[in-house]
Design a protein around this ligand. Structure first.
Ligand SMILES: C[S@@+](CC[C@H](N)C(=O)[O-])C[C@H]1O[C@@H](n2cnc3c(N)ncnc32)[C@H](O)[C@@H]1O
Length: 232
């Protein structure tokens, strides 16, 4: 699995792109804005088949709601994020659970033994990387998964023809500002400065990497993939 030490041209994924998740105010208000829920994450992890003997990682863990719930359900959880401020919030939430560890790293720099993880989750985080690097990240995740292990990937990704992109992006920004704690300016910043891509591009990256797509659900601009590293 290539690491930042392997090549001098490697992308520095520690730098914040778009919204600054090192900003203390951004982190302190994150849960209220995002509307995360421990109950929903627990139900998701159950649906994903997380079991007591399993090891998993959550990449781009944010304030650690999902990682905290996962720790109550499986053998070990690694909560990974590039933001020290987010990790501090996640650590405070965890309150010293023995099977939950933290790594300050990103999709392109996290460390995990090859074929060691049963499940990797990445919610609303992969869009921080440009597409070339998303593919690199998906390959690194593939290397860390056990055969038969699964990736749960949820993010903003567009599933409309290019001629309808402007309408879809504008519709989403308006919806965000009217229905969530995010402002129009924050939605606009996401579209302009972050790297949300097409659902078909993510699908192709997954299949070209070798994943088997178990499920793809598209709910407006929110896409969810469950993808498996084939058992053989
Ligand atoms: C929108 S938040 C999502 C947090 C959480 N997964 C959730 O669903 O609430 C995006 C998170 O991704 C992190 N992030 C940004 N760039 C990243 C990268 N290259 N690798 C891993 N995490 C990254 C940010 O620091 C932030 O905590």
């Amino acid at each position: 699995m290539p690491t930042p030490q392997t090549y001098d041209w490697w992308y520095d994924d520690a730098r914040q792109v778009g919204l600054d998740f090192e900003d203390e105010h951004e982190v302190a208000t994150y849960d209220a804005r995002q509307g995360g829920s421990a109950e929903r994450d627990r139900a998701l992890l159950t649906q994903l088949g997380l079991q007591p003997h399993m090891a998993m990682a959550d990449i781009g863990c944010g304030t650690g709601i999902l990682a905290r719930e996962a720790a109550g359900m499986c053998r070990s959880v690694t909560a990974i994020d590039v933001s020290a401020a987010m990790l501090a919030a996640a650590q405070a939430r965890a309150g010293g659970l023995a099977n939950l560890s933290f790594q300050r790293a990103g999709f392109l720099s996290f460390e995990a033994k090859a074929q060691s993880l049963d499940l990797i989750t990445a919610k609303n985080a992969l869009h921080h990387l440009p597409d070339f690097w998303k593919a690199m990240a998906l390959a690194r995740i593939f290397a860390a998964l056990k055969p038969g292990g699964r990736l749960y990937l949820r993010d903003v990704m567009f599933a409309v023809p290019p001629g309808e992109l402007a309408e879809a992006a504008e519709g989403w920004i308006v919806w965000l500002s009217e229905n969530t704690g995010y402002s129009r300016a924050e939605g606009a910043c996401h579209v302009r400065e972050e790297y949300s891509t097409f659902a078909w591009a993510i699908e192709r990256m997954l299949t070209d990497t070798g994943y088997r797509i178990v499920e793809h659900v598209q709910d407006g601009v929110y896409g969810t993939f469950v993808a498996e590293r084939p058992a053989s």
